[in-house]
Each structure stands twice: as structure tokens, then as C-alpha cells.
Design a protein around this ligand. Structure first.
Ligand SMILES: C[S@@+](CC[C@H](N)C(=O)[O-])C[C@H]1O[C@@H](n2cnc3c(N)ncnc32)[C@H](O)[C@@H]1O
Length: 257
């Protein structure tokens, strides 16, 4: 049986799917706007049970998944959505031990997923030129206990990138085509570069540049995800969906002499 322990991340979920995530610490009290819960009543108890606040509101007590952590990223920028992050992780082949570089950090949603996936022996190098963004993403990474897997650099990537031979690069910033020569210096031969762009004309501008900067095998995709109302007797799609987030573009770094 899986039991919640001191130091674990815990999540309380309401029936409307509202979630709240926090770290379990002895003798602490967690305040929700629907009443408080003592951590000591959760520590040592099984995951996946109902718990009640002192005001009688019932929550489901769960260990957060990576999807929950990304969804609950505190944000002051647009973040990359979980549906896109899942595919990015596969295309960039992010796993234990990977060294991945990203710019910009933004609120750190993608950083969180990278940090989770690279494990204890991998590293995420994250650049942003805005201090407020990096401060928030540091808080977000600290909150989920993944801070030691990330090296943050407060710098415009136009002013250089210190790392060499990284396994993969992801750019989530306007006009990524401006930085292709820097990325070529940083990415290992054959490594994958990915980017996300909100409009097709930005994708065209990127595609026009990649070959002359020695990247190859480009492809462009968008991910459409449709949720269903989970009612067995009347199973049908939900009324609304997120129709557009961004276009994903991937390319491989070619060797040059
Ligand atoms: C949309 S946000 C990134 C969101 C992030 N991927 C996430 O999932 O939370 C774009 C970020 O790129 C940063 N940025 C834009 N141009 C940059 C540059 N040339 N060098 C470094 N950071 C840059 C901005 O400051 C901003 O924080």
C-alpha cells in the first residue's frame, strides 16, 4: 500500500477538478478557502482517499502527476500546454541523463517537465532575459522539488550561450530563426532542435532559415486534443476545446567542418 510521507508532494482535488498542491511537513496546517487540514492527518495515510477540511469540505487526496504539476504552474507568461509538452519530450528524446537547453524559461512549465524527465543525472539549462520570469520559474521549480536539476541563466541568448554539446534544444521565444547559428554551436551533431510558434507565417520564416544554418529533416505539426464528458450513458465530446496553442517545428543539427 502506498502511504504519504513527510517531504512528499501532495494534491487535494475538488469534484470540479480544481487542484491544490503542497509539500507534506510535520506539524503544519494547510489552509484552503474551504477550511484547513492538518498535515499530520495526511502523513502516514494511504493516497487516494477522501479527506475533509475542518469546515466539512471533501477533497480527494492524491500524489500529483507530472501532468498535474504542469497544469498548476503559476504563470505570468503563456505556458506550453501539457498536450504539446508530451510530444516535445518524445521528439527531443528527453530521459534520464539527458542534457537539454531551453530559451526562454518563461514561467517554467516546460522546465518542470524537462527537470522531471532528466532525472538526478541529467541537467536542464534554462535561459531567459527577464528577471521576473526566472524568479517565478525558480519558485515553481523549488515548490515541486526539482530545482537542483536546473541551471538558470539570466541572459538574452543573442549575447551567447555557455554550454556545449547538449543533447537537445527547445526555443519558446519570438523569431527563433535569429538564433540558429548560436544553437548550432551548442547542440551536439545530430541533436534535435524544437520550437513552438503561434502563427504559420512565423513557421515559414523559421523554415526559410534552417537549411542555410545547417539544420535538416524539419517537420511541422500541431497537436489537437479533444476531451470527452466522462458519462458512460451519454459519452460525447465536451462542448469546448482548446483549438489552437502553437505549431511545433523540429529539425536535426547537421555536422559541418
Ligand atoms: C512564452 S515564454 C516561455 C514559456 C515557457 N516555455 C513555459 O512553458 O512556461 C517566452 C519567454 O522567452 C523569453 N525570451 C524572449 N526572447 C528571448 C531571448 N532572446 N533570450 C532569452 N529569453 C528570451 C521571454 O522573456 C519570455 O519569458
Amino acid at each position: 500500500m502506498r502511504i504519504a510521507e513527510v517531504g512528499d508532494l501532495a494534491m487535494l482535488q475538488l469534484p470540479n477538478n480544481k487542484q491544490t498542491i503542497f509539500k507534506l511537513e510535520a506539524d503544519r496546517e494547510y489552509q484552503t478557502h474551504k477550511g484547513s487540514i492538518f498535515h499530520n492527518d495526511l502523513i502516514g495515510s494511504p493516497w487516494g482517499r477522501d479527506v475533509e477540511t475542518h469546515l466539512g469540505t471533501s477533497y480527494v487526496f492524491l500524489p500529483p502527476t507530472l501532468h498535474d504539476l504542469v497544469r498548476n504552474t503559476r504563470r505570468i507568461s503563456q505556458i506550453i500546454f501539457p498536450k504539446d509538452i508530451g510530444y516535445i519530450l518524445l521528439r527531443l528524446s528527453i530521459g534520464p541523463g539527458t542534457r537539454v537547453l531551453e530559451a526562454g524559461t518563461g514561467s517554467g512549465a516546460l522546465t518542470t517537465a524537462f527537470a522531471w524527465m532528466v532525472g538526478e543525472h541529467g541537467k536542464v539549462y534554462s535561459y531567459d532575459r527577464r528577471e521576473d520570469m526566472q524568479d517565478l520559474s525558480k519558485q515553481n521549480l523549488e515548490r515541486v522539488g526539482l530545482m537542483d536539476r536546473v541551471e538558470f541563466t539570466l541572459q538574452d541568448i543573442a549575447d551567447g550561450i555557455a554550454e556545449k554539446d547538449v543533447d537537445a534544444v527547445f526555443l519558446d521565444l519570438p523569431r527563433p530563426e535569429l538564433y540558429l547559428s548560436q544553437i548550432h554551436e551548442v547542440l551536439a551533431n545530430g541533436g534535435v532542435l524544437g520550437t513552438i510558434l503561434p502563427t504559420t507565417n512565423q513557421v515559414s520564416a523559421f523554415l526559410r532559415k534552417i537549411e542555410e544554418e545547417h539544420f535538416d529533416s524539419a517537420d511541422v505539426a500541431e497537436i489537437l486534443l479533444r476531451f470527452y464528458k466522462p458519462v458512460a450513458e451519454r459519452l460525447r465530446p465536451t462542448d469546448r476545446m482548446i483549438a489552437h496553442t502553437g505549431y511545433l517545428v523540429f529539425a536535426r543539427r547537421m555536422h559541418t567542418k
